[in-house]
Design a protein around this ligand. Sequence first.
Ligand code: PHE
Length: 342
Amino acid sequence: MDIFDRVKALQEEIDQFTTQDAEALEAFRIRFLGSKNIIKPLFSEIRNVPNERKKEFGQLLNTLKQTAKEKYDSTRAGLAQTTQKGGDIPDLTLPGMPVAEGAFHPVSIIMDEVIDIFRRIGFSVAEDREVEEDWYNFTAMNTPEDHPARDMQDTFYVLNDPGRLLRTHTSSVQSRVMTTTQPPIRIIAPGRVYRNETVSARSHCQFHQVEGLYVAEGVSFADLKQTILYYAREMYGPDARIRLRPSYFPFTEPSAEVDVYWGLKDETDYRITKGTGWLEILGCGMVDPAVLENCGIDPDKYTGFAFGMGIERQAMLKYRIDDIRLFFENDRRFLSQFSAAK
Ligand code: PHE
């Protein structure tokens, strides 16, 4: 075959080339543009071409190279577009990539459960600030300055501002709500609280509480007791037993602390209940009339009950965690172990 005919044949092959297939395109690239491409050796044929046609031959070869390159680029651009449009079907039999699963913090799990239980009987959630004014945390709650009960809760004060502190209990939300809302009031207030205590396995300088407050006409201690019993059965099972022990809080009268019967079967039961089988979960009582009055609610017309429960405490019970510090260390080996216990 005449060398010019061979070039012409290759030029036609390039011009007519079309494909949707990546492999065919790669073969085209190797044939015309690869390091051992078919065009390269033709350049050394120039010396066999008669002088008057050498220039023409050279130009034909350059066109060949040029069009092969253009054809390759445009075909590849077309392929990339169809792939993006979803032209390529992924292999659905491939195993999935492992996805690291997150987990809820045990405090969040218990808190959500508590909120859920009270929502079902008509309590709504109220939240307020952690950096609180002394008045809402103590004074309004019938705990004026110099009242010995302030010693019960060692307080972090904001530097240079004796009127401002980190709230020591969620009871501060009681006064926040009662000063802005008239009864009927039926709220729970979940949140973080702070106390200036030495950190140990059993106590921490920060922890979580859920406060409850119900103020309306004719609210009685029987309502409080039934509400607590309902809570205990929802949280600890239908056979849950509770007992109320008389106690003291400046803002409730009468006051009580509530224990849930945990059992006394094995050694752990003995240890966590100190041999009694009972566990304390909350403090509660009838809202002291002085508190209602401080907050602008008529104590002759309305009565109410309130309670405050510790969340870490209950998480420790439910999950049998024996060191409160674990809740605040954010060790993933600890945190990944919990799922809603329902
Ligand atoms: N605020 C109390 C505490 O932190 C708990 C409590 C709340 C008691 C409401 C009675 C009524 O210990």
